[in-house]
Design a protein around this ligand. Structure first.
Ligand code: ZN
Ligand code: FE
Length: 256
């Protein structure tokens, strides 16, 4: 059994910061670097020293603290090859399908373009966790700033192949709005209703709705269910191509 510890905390207006720590090696990875102060505070609270930053994509709210943390801790920054030129301080570029190590922690990069063209998600098998940046959210997915719907649907299908007992961490707390949208498009989904009730309870208690089991997302997130016959029927799209169903869902969500 792995001893890897994961700490998640709020950053900026609705970003998540996440630290991954391996007590055996002392390795501490920041998943993205949204904001220096809360990351430093979380490190101090745990008594951990930052050794690495693992970047999902180039947007400012995910890389803003890269250089400050690199200066303060001398960390190694690892990120997507395709966005190498846009990631401040990057030391090592990786690509989808790569399996690599960061200070003794095994990481698998999953190609998840769509939100940006080079976005990677990172699976840590020993921690049974995946860090999906702005590709997949709880009950939602990232906006298509650079890629298209077919590209993002292919990305989400890759994430969907991970085991049900994988914990999903992502870049933002958008679940309340996503939950309202999901119920609107998939009102007959009992698993979704249960998850929405849980989301409401968590938010009332002032708690985050992430992480969440990927197995739960597979049954509740409409963007992971674009090929589900019940959801297709609810959308009036029975027999349509899943990529077209996905595109319709994404367009509806854009104007929701
Ligand atoms: Zn983004
Ligand atoms: Fe973001």
């Amino acid at each position: 059994m792995s001893d890897i510890q994961i700490r998640q905390f709020a950053c900026r207006s609705d970003n998540f910061g996440v630290l991954v720590h391996d007590p055996a090696s002392g390795t501490t990875i920041s998943i993205d670097a949204p904001d220096e102060a809360p990351i430093v505070a979380a490190l101090k609270a745990e008594g951990w020293r930052l050794t690495h930053i693992l970047t999902t994509h180039h947007h400012g709210d995910h890389v803003e603290a890269n250089l400050a943390l690199k200066t303060a801790y001398g960390v190694e920054i690892v990120g997507p090859q395709k966005e190498r030129a846009q990631i401040p301080g990057i030391d090592r570029a990786v690509a989808g399908g790569d399996a690599f190590e960061m200070g003794g922690i095994a990481v698998e990069a999953i190609d998840t373009p769509g939100h940006t063209l080079g976005e990677l998600s990172y699976h840590l098998p020993a921690a049974k966790a995946v860090f999906a940046g702005d590709a997949l959210f709880s009950l939602g997915c990232g906006r298509l700033f650079e890629g298209d719907a077919a590209m993002m649907w292919a990305s989400l299908q890759r994430l969907r192949m991970l085991p049900d007992d994988t914990m999903l961490y992502c870049g933002h707390e958008y679940t309340t709005t996503n939950a309202r949208f999901s119920i609107d498009v998939d009102p007959g989904n009992t698993a979704l209703r249960n998850r929405v009730e849980e989301v409401e309870r968590l938010r009332i208690a002032g708690r985050p709705t992430l992480p969440v089991l990927l197995g739960t997302e597979k049954h509740t997130n409409p963007f992971l269910r674009a090929d589900n016959p019940d959801l297709m029927a609810a959308l009036g799209m029975s027999g349509a191509e899943p990529a077209d169903v996905f595109a319709t869902l994404r367009e509806k969500r854009n104007s929701y």
